[in-house]
Design a protein. Structure first.
Length: 129
């Protein structure tokens, strides 16, 4: 049972990386890029919609939202492009086993910029009252 779950997790990682590669492909339509980018960002983000420390629900969002996002993005991306991206993802991840520091850095920067924007908006709103 544990071996099957580990394999599913590895497949999910490869599929997420393949979506990242598809997002960067110029042949992919813009709406598919939006779906792929949102799914990849949510999958690799350290911040969840429902925090993991909440029993059952914390992991339920990861078990439901990420696969649904992947399924949606895959439907929107042309099959031949997705096949190429899956092949490239397998080649890359079979050797390294991780998404890499670039992806992690981008996600952290997006969250920090979002937090800075939120703080700025709160400070600006407080100054009006």
């Amino acid at each position: 049972m544990l071996k099957v779950l580990k394999q599913k997790a590895e497949d999910l990682k490869k599929e997420t990386y393949a979506l990242y590669l598809a997002y960067r492909d110029p042949r992919v339509p813009w709406y598919a890029k939006v779906a792929a980018a949102a799914t990849v960002a949510y999958a690799v983000s350290p911040i969840d919609l429902i925090p993991d420390f909440i029993p059952v629900l914390g992991y339920l969002d990861d078990l439901v939202l990420v696969p649904l996002g992947i399924a949606l993005a895959i439907r929107l991306i042309p099959a031949e492009i997705m096949a190429e991206c899956r092949q490239r993802a397998r080649q890359k991840l079979d050797g390294t086993g991780s998404l890499g520091r670039k992806a992690a850095t981008v996600v952290v920067l997006v969250w920090l910029l979002s937090l800075a924007l939120l703080v700025w908006l709160v400070i600006k709103a407080m100054g009006k009252y």
